[in-house]
Design a protein around this ligand. Sequence first.
Ligand code: SF4
Ligand code: SF4
Length: 306
Amino acid sequence: MIDAPVLREKARALGFAACGVARCRPMAEQEPRLRRWIDSGRHAGMEYMNRNRCVRLDPARLAEGCRSVVVTLTAYPPVAPIKGRPHPVAAYAQQPDYHGAIKPRLYQLLDALRENHPEARGRACVDSAPILEKAWAVEAGLGWIGRNRLLINPDSGSYHWIGILLTDLEFSAYDTSYAKDGCGNCRRCLDACPTAALSAEDGLDARRCISYHTLSNRRLIPNEVVEKSEGRLIGCDACQVVCPHNARRLAEAPAADPAFDLTSEEWLTLDETGFFDRFGHTPLAEKGLEKIRQTVSQQLEIFQKE
Ligand code: SF4
Ligand code: SF4
């Protein structure tokens, strides 16, 4: 049994902005929402959401003997719009690749917790494992899921990555699920979404979402999405930038890094070596130069027709 304050102290020492812990359980109450979302096709091409549905609802299927779900937040700096237009590269993609940075720290946290429990087991999950990260963050008391479908922490807003450690360790106390709806009557993200991908009732329609298409969709982006993407190439922060819970961090944000603000011509003439020299350490590398060029060419084609 580990003292919950010890967990938080060790997480803080490792640089996590926030940490909470929930008792592991199947999240059966999430099943109808997940099923509705998938059955209506709003998951777009994310077929893995359907394939892994059962595992996704029960972390014990991911990590045998799991008793606790430790949830961490790692903050990254927002990026303000530049010269009155959205930045073509979303804030998170301007940072070093987060998978490589967060996973080792989660295992360091496990090692630290093992001090008096050397037999303890754990599995770190950052983005790629089938787990309901945002729902677990709520369960661990770290915030609520906003109308933009992002986890919003009352202190630090939504510019963070969620990292999860599934472990067979038990804690002296578990956090209380975050019960408050911090969105209230606000609808700013719904109104700001360039493609109307968000709805108060049905959440996100990934088929319309610029983030989904520029980050996860390996196929050609539909022209109607490119038309409304306002020059975005990787990700979209429109529903974060307007959120009042991000206002303080946006006001403190550093100036946009010009290294990510290339002209269409610069993107089209950049070679693979130059691309990896400049962006090899960021999530752009995983996306690949070819996909970025394809989107730039689509934007040019549409713009030239107008
Ligand atoms: S990421 Fe962009 S396109 Fe997707 S829901 Fe948010 S504002 Fe809309
Ligand atoms: S913009 Fe408003 S409605 Fe949207 S997530 Fe933020 S607080 Fe909630």
